[in-house]
Design a binder for this molecule. Structure first.
Ligand SMILES: C[S@@+](CC[C@H](N)C(=O)[O-])C[C@H]1O[C@@H](n2cnc3c(N)ncnc32)[C@H](O)[C@@H]1O
Length: 450
């Protein structure tokens, strides 16, 4: 694929993400497949698409500096300018003349000569004068919002919760590339063996302290490795791996996974049970339950029953105090994973958080009675927001005097996490700038005297 076609494909993805709201990682995978993008070009296409979305607010600010009536431009012209500016500012290895030539070619093909000459003029002016700094933006919060490309409401919300310095640090971390991590299938090999095999194949890797099954990939595309192709490892963020690690699982247990699709944590739980006991894995729709079944099959795990149901109604199928362990990996705003899924930060609105907090509270209220007397319930989200995390737990505990946070949860955390600034009386908030992982919240509840 020529570099020109590659950028044209990137523009198609951006247009659909920008205007249709489709998730970028899914669309990118489809584009790579349908355009038969060479393996060597995957990285550039991915970088241009993710980088442009990641920096969208900054790029809008740059474009507004050169084009007075930006809103009058067709969306594809706007995105072509963002895409080109992204490369000019952040991709030093791509020569500016090539970026301009290709943008002009795309503009000619999709529009007409007039648009091509407009695009040429804008890009050449930026090349001549350079890009504006952020100093002239009035207001500290506004400046942070544009400089790090996080919506102003989110910046203000995080500052309110965590202070300016922490917010700035999180916003900057969200612009960096996160190393991929994998979870080793323990019935096939262990962390040490996986590390040895990957190193032998030229990967640079390190063990994760979040999970004895976790391996961090610092160099190399693990999707191309034999271990991944043979289903001996699965892709999972380290924070997400901590969830099953903190469930205090033992062989033979009966487990409920109330929000299970696509099955990352269900299969981890199944592995920790060494394929014994039983896991009821629920999610809202048949299609989602199928994802869990497929993941279980791929990893040769047979202790999972995946079903479609609204988990707020599980009392119809299961008697009170049935399960040894329960996981509520709740639907959430996903603000802890914007580094890997940058479109989330523009799609989510503050009202979504309020709605999600209501669902989370309902899930907890309806599911907690299914926990056995001496059982443990783990609540987690992949978001950084007190309303969905600490406040949901606090409100639940205020209304359910028979439950408490399990003090052993804190004592059994990996030691680096025990020192973390995200520890509170009701759980652990992992921030995206703390350990190079996704932002996550987790806590463990039990019945008092349990
Ligand atoms: C954070 S995701 C779960 C990720 C999953 N635990 C994993 O590790 O792969 C939350 C899931 O909750 C599901 N969900 C939302 N509301 C639900 C409900 N009322 N009952 C059951 N599942 C629900 C969503 O469909 C979504 O798949």
């Amino acid at each position: 694929m020529t570099k020109y076609k590659l950028r044209s494909a990137a523009l198609d993805v951006l247009l659909r993400v920008g205007d249709g709201g489709a998730f970028s990682h899914l669309l990118l995978d489809q584009t790579i497949k349908s355009n038969q993008v060479d393996k060597k070009d995957h990285a550039l296409l991915t970088e241009v698409v993710y980088g442009t979305i990641q920096r969208k607010l900054t790029l809008e600010y740059f474009v507004a500096n050169f084009v007075k009536k930006k809103h009058k431009l067709d969306p594809w012209v706007q995105w072509l300018l963002y895409l080109s500016f992204y490369q000019m500012v952040y991709l030093e290895r791509v020569p500016t003349y090539a970026i301009i030539n290709e943008a002009v070619g795309i503009a000619k093909e999709r529009g007409h000569k007039g648009i091509a000459s407009f695009v040429n003029g804008v890009l050449r002016q930026a090349q001549r004068t350079g890009f504006p700094t952020f100093d002239s933006i009035k207001g500290r919060d506004e400046r942070l919002s544009i400089e790090t490309s996080h919506p102003l409401w989110l910046v203000k919300r995080w500052i309110g919760y965590y202070g300016y310095e922490k917010t700035r640090s999180m916003c900057l971390a969200n612009l960096e590339t996160k190393p991929m991590s994998i979870r080793v299938q323990p019935m096939q090999l262990n962390q040490k063996e996986a590390i040895a095999e990957l190193e032998q194949d030229g990967y640079e890797v390190a063990p994760s302290f979040f999970s004895e099954q976790g391996v961090i990939i610092t160099k190399g595309n693990v999707l191309h490795s034999q271990l991944f192709q043979n289903n001996q490892v699965t892709i999972q963020d380290q924070s997400s791996m901590l969830v099953a690690e903190m469930m205090d699982l033992q062989e033979g247990m009966q487990v409920l996974d109330a929000c299970s699709a696509p099955g990352g944590k269900t299969t981890h739980i199944a592995e920790k049970l060494n394929n014994t006991g039983g896991i009821y894995a629920y999610d809202l729709h048949e299609k989602k339950a199928k994802q869990v079944k497929q993941k279980a099959e791929a990893l040769a795990l047979t202790n999972i029953v995946a079903k479609a149901a609204d988990s707020r109604q599980l009392d119809q199928y299961h008697a009170p105090q049935t399960f040894d362990r329960i996981l509520i990996d709740a639907p959430c705003s996903g603000l802890g994973v914007v580094r890997g899924k940058p479109d989330i930060k523009y799609q989510k609105q503050e009202q979504d958080i309020h709605k999600l907090a209501t669902i989370q509270t309902e899930l907890l209220k309806k599911i907690a009675p299914l926990l056995r007397k001496d059982g443990k319930l783990l609540y987690s989200t992949c978001t950084v927001d007190r309303e969905e995390n600490e406040h949901v737990i606090t409100a639940f505990l205020n209304e359910h005097a028979e439950f408490e946070v399990d003090p052993m949860f804190f004592e059994t955390l990996p030691s680096d996490l025990r020192q973390s600034s995200g520890i509170s009386a009701v759980g652990l908030q992992i921030f995206p700038d703390d350990f190079g992982t996704d932002g996550f919240f987790l806590t463990r509840l039990q019945r008092k005297n349990g």
